[in-house]
Design a protein around this ligand. Structure first.
Ligand code: CDP
Length: 227
């Protein structure tokens, strides 16, 4: 495979728990590219806003927070299942961003146009350097519409809820499938109906439906698209 022919900017978008992070990380490692999971930035702002006791309905305050805080997304410093380190003001908040209260509020935070403006600008700057696999909801449509390869990774809500359940149980925590399914459906609803940068496949994206594929099959399919 000639290095020159590889797509330099690879965008992977898709709904909650569709496997974007697992596949994206593996792809980035294989190609020796930077892996950038943009969802962690929205999660970091949500966690910080909750920490500071901000009202989730206060878009102005949360936007000011997003504009003033610098979030570092760094290569993983520990082999504890994380794809990257999330660091804010010197504090490692990687696992805090995965807490249930963040899951429950992140889509509301991510729907504020000012929050999106602040975070998309940072994401774009990093993505434009190339040799990057960037994962999110709006990478191919808004953040990096010039991406060389756009993938929209999909799966049914039931399959995604099952995977999220397995992930939580693998971490040694307790998970309720019905509750997770309801949350996945609600997050999809907010993400795909918001006014700014809603979740949708770019016109020129390759849609990969992963319902009947295991992680390895999805990876092979996506790797083949890069060649
Ligand atoms: O890991 P999971 O697929 O559950 O979610 P995530 O990728 O960590 O993203 C968390 C939330 O951030 C999403 O539900 C969206 O509301 C928001 N998000 C977004 O709006 N735009 C992005 N580029 C990435 C995430």
């Amino acid at each position: 495979m000639s290095e020159k022919q590889l797509p330099s900017i690879i965008a992977i978008d898709g709904p909650a728990a569709s496997g974007k992070s697992t596949i994206g990380k593996r792809l980035a490692d294989t190609l020796d590219y930077l892996f950038f999971d943009t969802g962690v930035m929205y999660r970091a702002i949500t966690w910080l806003a909750l920490q500071r006791g901000l009202d989730m309905c206060n878009g102005a305050a949360i936007t000011t927070l997003a504009e003033s805080v610098s979030i570092d997304v760094l290569p993983p410093s520990q082999a504890d299942g994380r794809a990257c380190d999330v660091v804010v003001e010197g504090q490692d908040i990687t696992w805090e961003t995965r807490r249930p209260e963040v899951d429950a509020n992140v889509s509301v935070v991510a729907a504020y146009p000012g929050v999106r403006r602040a975070l998309s600008a940072q994401q774009r700057r990093i993505g434009q350097r190339g040799r990057v696999v960037m994962v999110g909801r709006d990478i191919g449509t808004v953040v990096l519409p010039e991406a060389d390869l756009k993938i929209y990774l999909d799966a049914s809500a039931e399959e995604r809820a099952r995977r999220r359940c397995d992930e939580i149980i693998a971490r040694g925590e307790w998970a309720d499938y019905d509750e997770i399914l309801a949350k996945v459906i609600e997050r999809d609803r907010i993400d795909s109906t918001r006014d700014v940068a809603p979740l949708k496949a770019a016109d020129d994206a390759v849609v990969v439906d992963s319902d009947h594929l295991n992680a390895d099959e999805v990876f092979q399919q996506i790797l083949a698209l890069c060649k």
